[in-house]
Design a protein around this ligand. Structure first.
Ligand code: GTP
Ligand code: ZN
Length: 373
């Protein structure tokens, strides 16, 4: 290989492209339980995700100067601990074991209001946690850029994380092929790729919808428990199948199946939240207890796929007003909304009532509450 020929191996990254890739690298480091160096508004911190760390990682992170280390928690978790704050906080825990820190980070019914400070300069850790599908709880230690740690660990700037979060408008169709379903034979699966981490997203096209009229569309977030295993805790499996049936009855349309398990928190966080639901917390409070906002899903991928499919006007099959607003604000006309209902069971009744009462879903909750008596 001649000198200089390596130049042609890489694209000339734009800032936003590099920002995405570097943020994705940081996410990977955090998931492996490795510290990352975060540059944010004039301060540099080494950060370690508690959810991915082993006891030895924690001990090494405390090192010889444990008093410099704090525990970053989101505002939701801080308030669950009884701390009155509108933003994230940093707690002074002193040397503590992984078990003790984990209890502070996500055990139910705990109070901790001792020594804490606002940590708004570290707000982007909430975003990194969500991208990494980890709980928003990090050990943090201020470092100078010339500290030894600076050269050894991946570093990411908060501006890069912000740039990486800008909603992707361009998804590329990778493959389209027929997949006949048990009840709907005329079906094609279309896989798109784009956004952060270049994940694959799925559009299922039923028939050949007439684009001169509003196209029947359902936007469905993945729910492995409900969609695949028939969990009784939610209505997702019913909504998936009923949504497809409704589309077929209309003579064709599209179901977008988004990779957003657990309202985007990921499978592990969703199962932790389920653990709290068994102790009596509802679907929103259980997410707040472990540090999450009520619903952090984004619909850029859905909008991009609809555009790519040439769909600008839809009949949306949903009870969720946020989905309607997301499409409208992106310039997709929602000409009509059709409710998509599942069976009310003793197990999902509380979940449905909470969605209606607390998340504004367009469901007749007194009727649901009365359904099983
Ligand atoms: N965090 C969390 N996520 C849940 C829980 N129950 C279900 N989910 C997730 O909630 C999401 C439900 O998504 P959708 O089927 O698109 O439904 P929706 O937002 O209720 O809106 P529509 O069905 O369109 O009315 C999926 O990502 C599920 O995995 C829960 O108790 N906690
Ligand atoms: Zn579900």
């Amino acid at each position: 290989m001649s000198e200089g020929s390596s130049d042609i191996l890489f694209r000339d990254d734009t800032f936003s492209e590099f920002a995405k890739v570097n943020t994705e690298r940081a996410v990977s480091e955090l998931r492996y339980g490795r510290p990352v160096l975060l540059h944010s508004s004039g301060a540099d911190h080494a950060v370690l995700a508690l959810d991915a760390a082993a006891p030895g990682d924690i001990e090494r992170f405390f090192g010889d100067t444990p008093d410099d280390v704090g525990l970053f928690l989101s505002a939701h978790r801080a308030r669950a601990l009884g701390i009155s704050t509108i933003g994230p906080v940093c707690l002074k825990t002193g040397t503590a074991s992984l078990d003790d820190l984990s209890r502070i980070a996500f055990a139910a019914d705990l109070r901790f209001a001792d020594e804490w400070r606002p940590a708004s300069e570290l707000t982007c850790l909430n975003d990194l946690a969500r991208l990494a599908l980890l709980l928003p709880a990090f050990l943090v230690r201020p470092v100078r850029t010339d500290d030894r740690i600076g050269g050894r660990f991946l570093s990411v700037d908060e501006a890069e994380v912000r740039a990486a979060l800008v909603e992707e408008t361009h998804f590329t169709e990778i493959v389209r092929t027929a997949v006949p379903l048990r009840d709907i034979s005329d079906c094609r699966f279309i896989v798109f790729r784009g956004g952060l981490a270049q994940r694959d997203q799925l559009a299922i096209m039923v028939g050949e919808p007439d684009r001169s009229k509003p196209v029947p569309v359902r936007i469905h977030s993945s729910c492995i428990t409900g969609d695949l295993f028939g969990s009784l805790k939610c209505d997702c499996g019913d909504q998936l199948r009923n949504g497809l049936q409704l589309i077929a009855q209309r003579g064709g349309g599209v179901l977008l199946y988004l990779d957003q398990e657990g309202r985007g928190t990921g499978l592990a966080a969703k199962m932790r939240a389920y653990g709290l639901q068994h102790e009596g917390y509802d679907t929103i409070d259980s997410d707040a207890q472990i540090g999450f906002e009520p619903d952090g899903r984004r619909y850029g991928a859905a909008v991009a796929m609809l555009r790519s499919l040439g769909i600008g006007s839809v009949e949306l099959m949903t009870n969720n007003p946020t989905k309607i607003a997301a499409l409208q604000s992106a310039g997709i006309e929602v000409q009509a909304r059709t409710a998509v209902l599942g069976t009310v069971t003793a197990e999902n009744q509380g979940y449905l009532v909470t969605k209606a009462r607390r998340a504004g879903h367009l469901l007749d909750w007194p009727a649901i509450a009365a359904k099983l008596g």
